[in-house]
Write a protein that binds this ligand. Structure first.
Ligand code: SF4
Length: 429
């Protein structure tokens, strides 16, 4: 088996290199001062790779300005341009960023056009020494794939394999892959299947970027990420990781670093264990790392935990609350609503961190209902995948409310959004 490396500026991942921690700015990329400040803070927190939203040519230009400012300060952290739809933005960004993140299937509805743009991008990246991440998320597969395979881990893998075949034919190997989902089971199944498929069909393993997308905030966001990412890291799958939280991006870094560090240790895979942690975050990440894989894969149904944080034993009520969150993150028992919330980025059209808190507060009663809170109308609806209801920013102080994948209330003033969402859920469950 051939294990490939991916070179992103001076960071190399894959083939036994250390796992790199990533995060993504939630600033407007056009705001160079704010973006530089956030990159600086992320680099200081230990973030190895930083991604920024790069929707079009103006953002590519701003990214060049951000990069120049950071390098002048001696900050060498590689930058990744996050492209979703605009192939020309990808071609331009490949001359600026150390890596471009694309979903090439979104370049055009016409598969042949998308293929041609992708081939063009590979040539620019080869010339410039730029890496590529092919990032396909559950819920963002095109109709050509879903009509054949459904919106499934197999569909995600087949979609990505088409692009990897092109990379292999063109002998372009500076590539990382991600197959994220907000559902930890879908996410872990997709990565495992991709790993096996790359081995069987290509005889080579491209480095993998792991993440549970739209994981939300607080304990639940951390636990979901620790379960999905930790389960795969324990199996030796994963070369770079991002813990997506609907919180300031700098909060993501220590959680991801904990997961990276745990993957280098002998940790039990158990249904009964005790943990002495220095912080609350360390406790939940460790406990999810220990009990998560067994729960996720159905090897255990429940677990017993004794724990101390900073020397103080955890109260029974706190252990019970953690149990509820972990069992739900592993999709074993649903005692609360399931929140699917994007982390926010330069495309976010409102204060998503504050809004998510308000939605969580107002919808506590709807156990088991999947509620999405998404920052933008461009990517939000696709990426909220199998949510039952959704709140999506429209811009101009307006929001659209979704029932399943259907927009049912458009142009709702933001101040009425949460109330209307609760009404919509109540009338439809
Ligand atoms: S859904 Fe959220 S994270 Fe994704 S592009 Fe839109 S605002 Fe950014």
């Amino acid at each position: 088996m051939k294990y490939l490396e991916c070179h992103i500026g001076d960071v190399t991942i894959g083939h036994g290199h250390p796992i790199a921690v990533q995060s993504m700015c939630d600033t407007d990329t056009m705001n160079i001062d704010a973006s530089v400040a956030q990159c600086r803070a992320l680099a200081a927190a230990g973030c190895d790779i930083i991604r920024l939203t790069t929707q079009g040519p103006r953002q590519v230009e701003a990214l060049a300005g951000i990069k120049a400012r950071l390098r002048a300060e001696g900050i060498t952290t590689p930058l990744v341009a996050d492209i979703h739809f605009n192939a020309d933005a990808a071609l331009a960004a490949a001359k600026v960023a150390e890596k471009v993140r694309i979903n090439p299937g979104n370049f055009s509805k016409d598969h042949a056009v998308a293929m041609a743009k992708f081939a063009e991008l590979l040539e620019i990246c080869r010339r410039e020494g730029t890496a590529i991440r092919i990032g396909l998320n559950h819920g963002s597969l095109g109709e050509r794939i879903t009509s054949q395979y459904g919106d499934t881990p197999l569909g995600m893998v087949r979609a990505v394999m088409e692009w990897l075949q092109v990379c292999v034919e063109k002998e372009f190997f500076n590539v990382t892959i991600s197959l994220k989902a907000s559902n930890t089971k879908v996410m872990s199944d997709a990565y495992r299947l991709l790993y096996k498929t790359m081995a069987d069909e290509l005889g080579m393993i491209f480095p993998l970027h792991l993440g549970v997308t739209e994981a939300g905030a607080g304990d639940t966001g951390r636990i979901k990420s620790a379960v999905g990412i930790g389960t795969l890291l324990r199996e030796g799958i994963g070369d770079t990781i991002r813990v997506s939280l609907t919180e300031p991006p700098v909060n993501e870094v220590p959680v991801a670093a904990m997961l990276r560090d745990l993957s280098g240790k002998e940790m039990p895979d158990a249904a009964s264990f005790s943990i002495d942690a220095a912080t609350h975050d360390e406790l939940i990440v460790k406990a999810a790392y220990i009990a998560g894989p067994g729960l996720l894969d159905g090897r255990i149904d429940d677990f017993e935990m004794r724990a101390t944080v900073a020397g103080k034993p955890l109260a029974e009520a706190e252990i019970d609350a953690f149990k509820d969150d972990l069992l739900q993150a592993c999709r074993r028992r649903f005692t609360k609503p399931e929140y699917i919330a994007c982390p926010g980025c330069g495309r976010t059209l409102y204060n998503i961190q504050k809004l998510l808190k308000e939605v969580m507060e107002a919808t506590r009663e709807f156990a088991g209902v999947k509620i999405a809170v998404m920052g933008c109308i461009v990517n939000g609806p696709g990426e909220m995948a199998d949510a039952d209801f959704g709140y999506v920013g429209e811009g101009g102080g307006k929001v659209t409310l979704y029932k399943g994948s259907e927009p049912v209330l458009r142009g709702i003033p933001q101040e009425q959004g949460v109330e209307k969402l609760v009404e919509l859920i109540r009338n439809n469950i």
